[in-house]
Design a protein around this ligand. Structure first.
Ligand code: GAP
Length: 530
């Protein structure tokens, strides 16, 4: 079963080092996160899968990596200076600041309805290029990667000799000064986008829009997000971005959040190429482009059939890496009871949990929302015992839990049965798993076993595009559990029989079944399976 709360994912990411709050030792920076050792592997694998599918496996795509800093005029003519705004309101009572369209007229902090009128707030981060901060050095951090593609359209066309239709793919950082960053990686201020601008003949854009919708859904399926877990939201005209004629938002059913956008597929017409071109009056543009006196180029395509220069239309599939990462984790997450714990141990955990919740309820130092969140979560766990026992780890990682002394006792009661009777497992597709193979010696103080396991790790790793690790820091059962929790599909154990006949066991993460095969075949075995 996929994750049921965002807290389960936050807790796993913290526990196992997938994601850290940025500059945590100085109190962090709101809406900014760092990728830890396992997070960077999973993120990179998601990006490579996207790149492979959209660039290598098609014959109509080129790649690009444009700079984050661009001439300010880019953002004037793209329309972002004027329109990239969110409606901002202030609470007159508690002085907090909110996005008007997220709060339904009531301050989420103090409940007051005494709010200011909404006013536009431009979300682009500003900076200065060079030593003097004046009007000439003014620049923005890009709020989308797309514009780097549009302004390079002529360069790519001239150097690749592409014919329409063709696309340009890019993965890179984008920055938005979100008014209320929240929900972990879901709404942040610094994030990565995977974007495609696909250029088509005018008049064929509706057909290509549908084709891209299908192609993108197939990719989501290939990374473990079933079609049934995504809703397609046909964005109504009054919600469309300034450049869009029609947009399909792919909405994933996130734990706690419900259906939220993970990718937008927009039909951007000839708006962007038109807006960045000079001599617009000669181009027969259909979009209301921004009149441009600064551009030095006509971003057009010469159509040999009609012998005319035309401005291509654009279909743009654009997905956020962080939102994709969260969806992949949520979908892969599973807490399994491997065998039922004895009733007296369940009773002991239930008693410790009840005592913990009573202590939370009495604690005056905690803010009331923090207290309510802990009690609500804890009671849900209590009702679902024994199956919900692993969620106690999530509960104890929630804000405020570390201030309850009796939490240590609860952890002490629960940890034993959780380790013995449960496992948390990430059923990640093998090509996404941060680690594909873990190799263990049956005994860490046996020279022969250790040497063979180390050699085997090197042999599997060498020349592979996935990661293989050696581990001897615990008993085999514990090592299996640790690898299950981070989604490692294959655990290889070198035992005494290995020293005699050169075979090893390979354990499958999902079925927990083991096969014995020659060590020399392990690399082919794990490579051939995704
Ligand atoms: N170039 C089009 C564009 O930027 P968008 O819908 O604003 O369109 C595309 O953003 C995707 O980028 C979204 O579907 C989402 O996955 C991701 N995204 C946007 N803002 C984000 C934020 N503040 N935090 C995390 N991801 C974000």
């Amino acid at each position: 079963m996929p994750a049921t709360t965002l807290d389960q994912l936050v807790s796993l990411c913290k526990r196992r080092g997938f994601v850290f709050p940025s500059s945590e030792i100085y109190g962090g920076l709101q809406g900014v996160f760092d990728w830890g050792p396992l997070g960077v592997e999973l993120k990179n694998n998601i990006i490579s899968s996207w790149w492979r599918t959209n660039v290598y496996e098609r014959d109509d795509m080129e790649g690009l990596d444009a700079a984050i800093l661009m001439n300010r005029l880019t953002w004037r003519y793209s329309g972002h200076e004027e329109t990239f705004n969110d409606p901002l309101v202030d609470c007159r009572d508690c002085k907090s600041r909110w996005r008007a369209d997220h709060i339904k007229g009531r301050c989420p902090n103090c409940g007051s309805t005494n709010l200011t009128e909404p006013r536009p707030f431009n979300m682009m981060f500003k900076t200065a290029v060079g030593p003097v901060a004046d009007a000439d050095s003014f620049a923005y951090l890009r709020p989308e990667t797309a514009q780097g593609i549009f302004v390079n359209f002529g360069n790519v066309l001239a150097t690749s000799n592409r014919k329409l239709p063709f696309g340009i793919a890019q993965v890179g950082k984008a920055f938005r000064n979100e008014i209320n960053p929240r929900n972990f990686l879901f709404r942040v201020r610094e994030f990565e986008q995977m974007e495609i601008e696909y250029f088509v003949m005018p008049g064929t854009e509706d057909e290509w829009h549908q084709r891209w919708l299908e192609d993108r859904l197939a990719w989501w399926e290939s990374i473990g997000i079933p079609r049934a877990r995504i809703k397609i939201y046909d964005v109504p005209p009054d919600e469309l971005a300034h450049y869009s004629k029609r947009t399909f938002d792919l909405m994933y059913d996130y734990p706690t959040l419900g259906y939220e956008e993970v990718e937008g597929i927009a039909s951007r017409t000839d708006y962007d190429l038109g807006s960045h071109s000079r001599d617009q009056e000669t181009l027969n543009l259909t979009a209301r482009a921004n009149p441009n006196r600064d551009s030095t180029a006509r971003l057009t395509y010469y159509d040999p059939e009609s012998r005319r220069h035309i401005v291509p239309f654009v279909i743009e599939p654009s997905a956020g890496v962080g939102r994709c990462f969260l969806a992949v984790l949520a979908e892969a997450y599973d807490e399994q009871m491997v065998k039922a714990p004895p009733s007296e141990r369940v009773r002991a955990v239930a008693d410790a949990l009840e005592a913990f919740l009573k202590s939370v309820g009495r604690n005056e130092k905690l803010a009331s929302e923090t207290r309510d969140a802990l009690v609500e979560r804890g009671q849900a766990i209590l009702r679902g015992l024994p199956e919900t026992m692993p969620q106690i780890e999530t509960l104890l990682a929630m804000p405020g839990a570390d201030q309850i002394d009796i939490g240590k006792k609860l952890r002490g009661q629960a940890q034993g049965p959780i380790d013995e009777y449960f496992r948390t497992v990430l059923h990640l597709k093998p090509h996404l798993a941060p680690i594909r193979v873990a190799v263990f010696p049956l005994k860490r103080n046996h020279e022969g076993l250790v040497a063979m396991a180390r050699e085997l790790r090197t042999a599997i790793q060498s020349g592979s595009f996935f990661r293989t690790v050696y581990d001897d820091t615990g008993a085999i059962g514990k090592l299996y559990r640790r690898q299950d929790e981070i989604g490692t599909p294959y655990c290889v154990t070198v035992d005494f029989q290995s020293l005699e006949d050169g075979t090893v066991t390979v354990r499958d993460r999902d079925t927990m079944q083991q096969v014995r095969i020659p060590a020399s075949e392990v690399r082919a075995y794990v490579t051939g399976r995704g």
